[in-house]
Design a protein around this ligand. Structure first.
Ligand SMILES: *[C@@H]1O[C@H](CO)[C@@H](O)[C@H](O)[C@H]1NC(C)=O
Ligand SMILES: *[C@@H]1O[C@H](CO)[C@@H](O)[C@H](O)[C@H]1NC(C)=O
Ligand SMILES: *[C@@H]1O[C@H](CO)[C@@H](O)[C@H](O)[C@H]1NC(C)=O
Ligand SMILES: *[C@@H]1O[C@H](CO)[C@@H](O)[C@H](O)[C@H]1NC(C)=O
Ligand SMILES: *[C@@H]1O[C@H](CO)[C@@H](O)[C@H](O)[C@H]1NC(C)=O
Ligand SMILES: *[C@@H]1O[C@H](CO)[C@@H](O)[C@H](O)[C@H]1NC(C)=O
Ligand SMILES: *[C@@H]1O[C@H](CO)[C@@H](O)[C@H](O)[C@H]1NC(C)=O
Length: 245
């Protein structure tokens, strides 16, 4: 009896799912493995105060992408991790106003496809590419300015100093940022008139109502589940893109 075609499809999907969840085959050995694969979630969990960013990485499957790309790329990676306070300080509704596609872009904007040490920022040429760069044909770049050993990262909307490396060794650098790096591209997208000045319109949009955050439990509602489902799909896409590049 030949298997009907749909069961081979099912098998394919199951295989894909298994491939996408490495925990399935994880050993239960609790010993810390220094030479083991890099796990961005574990790094951020250990550092504390990144609950919200961890959740976003998970929902957009960027965590899997980072772990894979760090392992497979010679260039390494750099992640700018906003603290929970950074998310709480966002104007109410900022995240909820973003489409899921924009949430993915926001996360990808916090990731550079190269390893940068703090010293590298002294000589880097602006704007620096992020994982979001080139999407919609737009720049999605980060600008770095330095003064002695002080390094700032700027998006054109927010500027924040970099003073703490959660992880500093090649191939993965993780830097704490005390503000969410909102790309200027998001402000431009909501501006009705094209050709506005680069720095003008964006600030007023962000300095409006900075009341208490409604973002305490963003994944606790139905939309959260939806996001996870969509996240799996886009995660597969991102994974494919990552493997192809
Ligand atoms: C990474 O670490 C997190 C938290 O410790 C864990 O839940 C997850 O299973 C790990 N992922 C892999 C691929 O080992
Ligand atoms: C990521 O999200 C999935 C689906 O909600 C969940 O099962 C898994 O435990 C999450 N992983 C981490 C490390 O939070
Ligand atoms: C890391 O990459 C190597 C080859 O590039 C591969 O053999 C290995 O399985 C990868 N490890 C993980 C944990 O992905
Ligand atoms: C969210 O969108 C609404 C409706 O477009 C707008 O009035 C509000 O200012 C936006 N809030 C933020 C923080 O962007
Ligand atoms: C970094 O930004 C702060 C404001 O957030 C500013 O006071 C400082 O001069 C900036 N430093 C550099 C090197 O651009
Ligand atoms: C970033 O730096 C480049 C090159 O100096 C400049 O053209 C661009 O306007 C800057 N962008 C922002 C958002 O500051
Ligand atoms: C801030 O929110 C209050 C009520 O939530 C509203 O009355 C007020 O117009 C808002 N201000 C701005 C600048 O959006």
């Amino acid at each position: 009896m030949a298997a009907p075609p749909c069961s081979s499809l099912l098998l394919l999907s199951l295989t894909t799912l298994l491939l996408l969840s490495p925990t399935t085959f994880a050993q239960s050995a609790p010993a810390p493995a220094p030479a083991g694969p890099i796990n961005i979630t574990a790094i951020l969990e250990k550092a504390g105060q990144y609950t919200f960013f961890i959740r976003l990485l998970n929902q957009t499957q960027a965590d899997i992408q980072i772990d894979n790309q760090v392992n497979n790329s010679r260039d390494g990676m750099t992640v700018f991790a906003p603290t929970d306070n950074a998310f709480h300080n966002l104007p109410t509704g900022t995240l909820n106003n973003l489409s899921f596609q924009q949430q993915i872009q926001l996360v990808q904007y916090h990731i550079c496809p190269r390893y940068y040490s703090l010293d590298n920022f002294q000589t880097v040429s602006n704007p620096v590419r992020t994982q979001a760069s080139g999407q919609d044909g737009r720049v999605f770049g980060l600008n770095f300015t330095t003064q002695a050993i002080q390094v700032n990262v700027s998006t054109g909307v927010v500027e924040v100093p970099i003073y703490n490396a959660v992880r500093k060794d090649f191939p993965l650098a993780v830097y704490q940022v005390d503000k969410v790096l909102l790309p200027i591209e998001f402000s431009e997208a909501s501006a009705p008139a094209p050709g506005g000045s680069r720095s003008g319109g964006s600030r007023s949009a962000d300095s409006g109502n900075a009341t208490t955050p409604s973002t305490g439990n963003p994944a606790g509602n139905g939309a959260g589940k939806m996001s996870v489902g969509l996240g799996l799909l886009s995660g597969i896409l991102l994974l494919c893109v990552g493997l192809l590049s």
